[in-house]
Design a protein around this ligand. Sequence first.
Ligand SMILES: [Fe+2]
Ligand SMILES: [Fe+2]
Length: 197
Amino acid sequence: MQLNHNAPKTNVTAVMVEEHQLILRMIALLEKNVVLAEAGRFSDWSFFLDGALPFIKDFADLFHHAKEEDVLFKALVANGMPEQNSPVTAMLMEHDQGRSFVRGMGLAARQLLTSDQAVTTTEAIAALAENARGYVELLRDHIDKEDTILYPLAERVLPEAVRSDMIAAYSAAEAKTSGLQEKYCRLVEVYEGKLDA
Ligand SMILES: [Fe+2]
Ligand SMILES: [Fe+2]
């Protein structure tokens, strides 16, 4: 029997590219709202504490990054990508850098919401903007590298034999957080609507 090497493989990255689109929409909101905050035209600090930060922690990190770290990156390493000094190592480092910007944003947003006397409002807004911009810049670049380099590489090198297990592992992760994507899609729409109003 002759094997058909041109048979289409099960796609294991399209779902991740789609999740990136929602993350990029939240990143655009972050960017616009810090510009308004610096101009004194935005004081809805709950956008950060109840909107952007839960979105980033639950959707971008626990949901999306967990699928990458626990499924896709593991499959790449199991199929020949080195664990050290490789694109996977670089992506993991960037996930960690993102988490540190998120901590900085959370601290500054809490200070603003509680009018913490230890820092002035101007200082807290500056810290919030610095961490938000750091996150925006990091994630845009990170997503671009995944979409244009790492994911296409994964589609080329991962054998078909491992792909159904990967899809099952994605589904198991999604089942654990049922409705999460819909919830955060609505949240992004609400804050986009507020900006347009
Ligand atoms: Fe990533
Ligand atoms: Fe990603």
